[in-house]
Design a binder for this molecule. Structure first.
Ligand code: GRF
Length: 212
């Protein structure tokens, strides 16, 4: 994606959520405080794979359009993936952000949004990929963990890394205490990274992400 020249419109973000949506909220708060033009991007819609979550309520309170595409409403995973891609595409995003979206997207979604689909993961990849990154780091006895903001490819948490933040693991940590400390770092990192991608533009060279 090319740099955003001063005066050009803010980049369009579609954010996907599955849970509490505190990462989404951090983006919304920063954009409200800075202004979409200065931040470089604004959220134009929020999508989810389930109803009744705080992430969607946050979007509604912010006056944003929302959409839900549930896997179980489609005969096949491929059809769900195509429907999700279609719903996202309707908002013509420059970047799509998976902020705690707990589904692996498929071929159709990646064909449309590959190279501009950003995910945040609560571990230092390539260690501890998958749905239980926090629990797995704790169980392994790691002394540090953290979070990784990366582009999504067709593997599970394997795409090119954009930025990482480190969090120390304490002896007394359980999964929830550790995850809360990771999320504090993660929210700041995501806000910082999405803004830089949007304002400066970037290119992906193999595994390297170069922000201009
Ligand atoms: C984040 O730690 C994300 O990395 C993980 O789930 C958490 C989502 O938190 N996959 P929230 O919904 O943004 O509060």
């Amino acid at each position: 994606m090319a740099a955003k020249p001063a005066g050009q419109r803010a980049r369009r973000l579609v954010v996907l959520v599955s849970g509490s949506g505190t990462n989404l909220q951090a983006l919304l708060d920063e954009i409200a405080a800075t202004g979409a033009e200065a931040y470089g991007a604004g959220v134009v819609a929020v999508g989810a794979d389930r109803e009744g979550i705080e992430g969607l309520a946050r979007a509604e309170r912010a006056g944003l359009p929302t959409f839900v595409r549930k896997v179980k409403d489609y005969p096949t995973r491929e059809e769900w993936d195509a429907a999700l891609a279609e719903a996202v595409a309707a908002y013509e995003p420059d970047l799509v952000v998976s902020a705690g979206f707990m589904k692996i997207v498929g071929k159709e979604f990646l064909a449309r949004f590959g190279g501009r689909f950003v995910n945040t993961h609560p571990a230092l990849l390539p260690s501890f990929p998958g749905a239980h990154g926090v629990r797995d780091a704790l169980a392994y006895g790691a002394k540090v963990t953290g979070c990784t903001v990366h582009f999504v490819d067709d593997g599970v948490d394997t795409g090119p890394i954009i930025a990482q933040g480190v969090v120390e693991i304490r002896d007394e940590d359980d999964e929830s205490a550790l995850h809360e400390r990771i999320k504090e770092v993660e929210r700041r990192l995501l806000v910082e990274v999405v803004g830089r991608l949007a304002r400066n533009g970037y290119r992906i060279e193999g595994r390297k992400v170069v922000i201009q």
